[in-house]
Design a protein around this ligand. Sequence first.
Ligand SMILES: Nc1nc2c(ncn2[C@@H]2O[C@H](COP(=O)(O)OP(=O)(O)OP(=O)(O)O)[C@@H](O)[C@H]2O)c(=O)[nH]1
Ligand SMILES: [Mg+2]
Length: 295
Amino acid sequence: MRRLVQGLQKTKERLLGPLRGILERGSFDEEAVEDLEALLLSADLGVDATEQIIERLRERFTKGMERGPLDMLGEELLAIIDAVPMPDPPAGRPHVIVVIGVNGVGKTSTIGKLAHRFKQRGDTVLLAACDTFRAAAIEQLERWAERAGVPVVRQGMGADAAAVAFDAVQSARARNVDTVIIDTAGRLHTKTNLMAELEKIFRVLRARAPDAGLEAWLVLDANTGQNSIRQAEAFVESLPVTGLVLTKLDSTAKGGVVIPIQQKLGVPVRYVGIGEGLADLEPFDHESFISALIH
Ligand SMILES: Nc1nc2c(ncn2[C@@H]2O[C@H](COP(=O)(O)OP(=O)(O)OP(=O)(O)O)[C@@H](O)[C@H]2O)c(=O)[nH]1
Ligand SMILES: [Mg+2]
């Protein structure tokens, strides 16, 4: 919780002082509405979430204030985040999480951090090096695996990503491993289309490992703000994305983007990245997040 508060420092600095100034004027007049609108948009909450919040606050201010204005804002933010349902984990075994996203968003680091977390809670974990295109990508994953103390299944550079993924799932079965986390390329240096390559991983695993509990988690860089929503849509349309990970919250004042991202995509944020270390990944707990933002 303290780490999350630190991680959100930049967003909070941008939001909190001005928020207090606006909401604690006591009246929610047109000027206050405009100021609040501008502020929420600048924190990357997006037009829809901003409008919804303003409308709700307007109603609640008119009815009389049953709580402090910041608490009311917190409740409205929470209502938007809570509206996105959390799917049950897939029933099959091993649990296979294919981690996807454009280049540089933090996929490989997130995988290292997830492996560390899962291992700490007692799960056995295996990583699959399916970014077979970028030089040094495999070694980078191996370094994270070493730090987390989990094995990696790899082949050579240029190997077929889907074949490596299947290999990893087979190996996980043989070793009775709970969770396989698959690293993928963010951009291909060949003419192969990234989406086609990722689709192939799913096609092959569905056909050849139908008993696995397969899902895709999409990694997004919070610094990309509103633009990450469009970027995400392309992935969500083509692949079974059941979770989001929002990275680099520590290095942005655009942390508010977590709210419209869920709202627009209808996919829950599972974890947030708050630094470059092994332990710098936190489950996205709705109440702690809002509380870290407005207190
Ligand atoms: N500050 C901060 N940096 C992060 C976080 N997550 C990842 N990074 C940094 O972002 C950079 C890219 O991370 P990678 O994990 O290599 O990203 P990737 O998506 O695997 O990149 P490609 O394999 O090139 O597609 C690295 O310098 C990471 O240390 C985070 O939560 N906070
Ligand atoms: Mg990578």
